[in-house]
Design a binder for this molecule. Structure first.
Ligand code: FES
Length: 181
Protein backbone atom coordinates (compact mmCIF):
# COMPACT_ATOMS: atom_id res chain seq x y z
CA UNK A 1 0.00 0.00 0.00
CA UNK A 2 2.77 2.28 1.06
CA UNK A 3 4.65 1.52 -2.24
CA UNK A 4 1.53 2.15 -4.27
CA UNK A 5 0.98 5.40 -2.47
CA UNK A 6 4.60 6.38 -3.14
CA UNK A 7 4.31 5.41 -6.83
CA UNK A 8 1.13 7.35 -7.36
CA UNK A 9 2.76 10.26 -5.51
CA UNK A 10 5.79 10.10 -7.90
CA UNK A 11 3.47 9.92 -10.89
CA UNK A 12 1.72 12.94 -9.51
CA UNK A 13 5.05 14.78 -9.32
CA UNK A 14 6.01 13.68 -12.84
CA UNK A 15 2.63 14.75 -14.20
CA UNK A 16 2.99 18.11 -12.51
CA UNK A 17 6.51 18.48 -13.99
CA UNK A 18 5.16 17.72 -17.44
CA UNK A 19 2.36 20.22 -17.00
CA UNK A 20 4.85 22.88 -15.84
CA UNK A 21 7.15 22.13 -18.81
CA UNK A 22 4.22 22.16 -21.22
CA UNK A 23 3.06 25.46 -19.81
CA UNK A 24 6.61 26.80 -20.14
CA UNK A 25 6.78 25.71 -23.77
CA UNK A 26 3.41 27.31 -24.45
CA UNK A 27 4.69 30.44 -22.77
CA UNK A 28 7.72 30.56 -25.07
CA UNK A 29 5.59 29.95 -28.16
CA UNK A 30 3.10 32.51 -26.93
CA UNK A 31 5.81 35.10 -26.24
CA UNK A 32 7.50 34.49 -29.59
CA UNK A 33 4.26 34.92 -31.48
CA UNK A 34 3.49 38.04 -29.45
CA UNK A 35 6.91 39.63 -29.89
CA UNK A 36 7.17 39.11 -33.63
CA UNK A 37 4.26 41.31 -34.70
CA UNK A 38 5.57 43.92 -32.26
CA UNK A 39 9.06 43.85 -33.83
CA UNK A 40 7.55 43.69 -37.30
CA UNK A 41 5.38 46.72 -36.54
CA UNK A 42 8.51 48.67 -35.58
CA UNK A 43 9.70 48.58 -39.20
CA UNK A 44 8.16 51.72 -40.66
CA UNK A 45 5.94 51.04 -43.63
CA UNK A 46 6.16 53.14 -46.78
CA UNK A 47 2.95 54.84 -45.66
CA UNK A 48 4.47 55.87 -42.32
CA UNK A 49 7.66 57.09 -43.99
CA UNK A 50 5.56 59.18 -46.34
CA UNK A 51 3.99 60.84 -43.32
CA UNK A 52 7.34 61.80 -41.83
CA UNK A 53 6.66 65.24 -43.31
CA UNK A 54 3.35 67.03 -43.60
CA UNK A 55 2.66 70.09 -45.73
CA UNK A 56 0.10 72.51 -44.34
CA UNK A 57 -1.69 75.20 -46.34
CA UNK A 58 -2.11 78.19 -44.01
CA UNK A 59 -4.37 80.21 -46.30
CA UNK A 60 -7.72 79.00 -44.92
CA UNK A 61 -6.82 79.81 -41.27
CA UNK A 62 -7.94 83.32 -40.27
CA UNK A 63 -6.27 85.21 -37.40
CA UNK A 64 -7.54 83.96 -34.04
CA UNK A 65 -8.17 80.43 -35.30
CA UNK A 66 -6.25 77.19 -35.29
CA UNK A 67 -6.22 73.80 -36.94
CA UNK A 68 -4.86 70.46 -35.80
CA UNK A 69 -2.92 68.27 -38.21
CA UNK A 70 -1.41 64.85 -37.61
CA UNK A 71 2.33 64.45 -37.96
CA UNK A 72 4.02 61.14 -37.18
CA UNK A 73 0.93 60.08 -35.25
CA UNK A 74 0.90 63.18 -33.07
CA UNK A 75 -1.49 66.13 -33.10
CA UNK A 76 0.21 69.35 -34.17
CA UNK A 77 -1.49 72.64 -33.37
CA UNK A 78 -1.13 75.36 -36.00
CA UNK A 79 -2.46 78.67 -34.71
CA UNK A 80 -2.76 81.96 -36.56
CA UNK A 81 -2.18 84.34 -33.66
CA UNK A 82 -3.80 87.74 -33.32
CA UNK A 83 -1.78 90.91 -32.64
CA UNK A 84 -3.02 90.78 -29.06
CA UNK A 85 -1.87 87.15 -28.56
CA UNK A 86 1.56 87.98 -29.98
CA UNK A 87 1.83 91.02 -27.70
CA UNK A 88 0.85 88.97 -24.62
CA UNK A 89 3.41 86.31 -25.47
CA UNK A 90 6.20 88.85 -26.03
CA UNK A 91 5.54 90.80 -22.82
CA UNK A 92 6.09 87.86 -20.46
CA UNK A 93 9.17 88.04 -18.24
CA UNK A 94 11.04 84.99 -19.50
CA UNK A 95 13.10 84.51 -16.34
CA UNK A 96 9.88 83.96 -14.35
CA UNK A 97 8.83 81.00 -16.48
CA UNK A 98 9.10 77.38 -15.37
CA UNK A 99 10.59 76.51 -18.76
CA UNK A 100 12.17 79.84 -19.77
CA UNK A 101 11.87 80.40 -23.50
CA UNK A 102 11.28 83.72 -25.27
CA UNK A 103 8.37 83.78 -27.66
CA UNK A 104 10.78 84.59 -30.50
CA UNK A 105 12.56 81.25 -29.97
CA UNK A 106 9.30 79.35 -30.49
CA UNK A 107 8.14 80.81 -33.79
CA UNK A 108 9.51 81.27 -37.28
CA UNK A 109 7.01 84.08 -37.88
CA UNK A 110 5.21 85.68 -34.93
CA UNK A 111 1.73 85.24 -36.37
CA UNK A 112 2.12 81.46 -36.73
CA UNK A 113 2.55 79.19 -33.72
CA UNK A 114 3.22 75.53 -34.49
CA UNK A 115 3.60 72.99 -31.70
CA UNK A 116 2.89 69.42 -30.71
CA UNK A 117 -0.48 69.30 -29.00
CA UNK A 118 0.33 66.85 -26.23
CA UNK A 119 0.48 68.03 -22.64
CA UNK A 120 3.99 67.59 -21.28
CA UNK A 121 2.61 66.22 -18.00
CA UNK A 122 1.05 62.91 -19.04
CA UNK A 123 0.22 63.42 -22.69
CA UNK A 124 -3.43 64.51 -22.80
CA UNK A 125 -4.49 66.80 -25.65
CA UNK A 126 -4.98 70.31 -24.24
CA UNK A 127 -8.12 72.30 -25.05
CA UNK A 128 -7.94 75.67 -26.76
CA UNK A 129 -8.02 74.88 -30.46
CA UNK A 130 -11.69 75.78 -30.84
CA UNK A 131 -12.93 79.27 -30.01
CA UNK A 132 -15.48 77.68 -27.65
CA UNK A 133 -12.79 75.76 -25.72
CA UNK A 134 -11.51 76.86 -22.32
CA UNK A 135 -8.11 78.47 -22.93
CA UNK A 136 -6.88 78.59 -19.35
CA UNK A 137 -5.78 81.54 -17.27
CA UNK A 138 -3.16 82.68 -19.77
CA UNK A 139 -5.30 82.72 -22.91
CA UNK A 140 -3.62 79.79 -24.66
CA UNK A 141 -4.45 76.17 -23.91
CA UNK A 142 -5.81 74.31 -20.90
CA UNK A 143 -5.23 70.65 -20.17
CA UNK A 144 -8.34 69.26 -18.48
CA UNK A 145 -6.64 66.09 -17.22
CA UNK A 146 -4.84 67.69 -14.26
CA UNK A 147 -5.19 71.42 -14.90
CA UNK A 148 -2.11 72.66 -16.76
CA UNK A 149 -2.37 76.15 -18.24
CA UNK A 150 -0.34 77.19 -21.29
CA UNK A 151 0.01 80.76 -22.60
CA UNK A 152 -0.35 82.17 -26.11
CA UNK A 153 3.13 80.85 -26.96
CA UNK A 154 2.29 77.36 -25.61
CA UNK A 155 4.52 77.83 -22.57
CA UNK A 156 3.60 76.17 -19.30
CA UNK A 157 2.41 78.78 -16.80
CA UNK A 158 0.48 76.85 -14.14
CA UNK A 159 -0.28 73.24 -13.21
CA UNK A 160 1.79 70.05 -13.14
CA UNK A 161 3.25 70.03 -16.67
CA UNK A 162 7.04 70.44 -16.45
CA UNK A 163 7.82 71.97 -19.84
CA UNK A 164 6.38 73.99 -22.70
CA UNK A 165 4.48 72.33 -25.54
CA UNK A 166 7.29 71.26 -27.91
CA UNK A 167 7.79 72.93 -31.27
CA UNK A 168 8.34 70.35 -34.03
CA UNK A 169 10.86 70.91 -36.81
CA UNK A 170 9.16 72.88 -39.59
CA UNK A 171 9.91 75.50 -42.21
CA UNK A 172 8.05 77.87 -44.50
CA UNK A 173 8.18 76.65 -48.07
CA UNK A 174 6.16 79.68 -49.18
CA UNK A 175 4.37 82.56 -47.46
CA UNK A 176 1.31 80.39 -47.02
CA UNK A 177 2.69 76.87 -46.68
CA UNK A 178 4.73 75.15 -44.01
CA UNK A 179 6.41 71.77 -44.10
CA UNK A 180 6.43 69.96 -40.77
CA UNK A 181 9.13 67.34 -40.26
S1 FES B 1 -1.77 65.41 -18.71
FE1 FES B 1 -2.07 67.55 -18.84
S2 FES B 1 -2.08 68.20 -16.82
FE2 FES B 1 -1.75 66.08 -16.65
Amino acid sequence: MADNAATSGDEGVERRDFLVLAAGAMGVVGTASFVWPLIDSMNPSAEVLALSTVEVNLEPIPAGQAITVVWQGKPVFVRHRTEEEIKQAAEVVVADLRDPEPDSARVERPEWLVMIGLCTHLGCIPLGQKSTDPQGEFGGWFCPCHGSHYDTAGRIRKGPAPTNLPVPPYSFVSDTTILIG
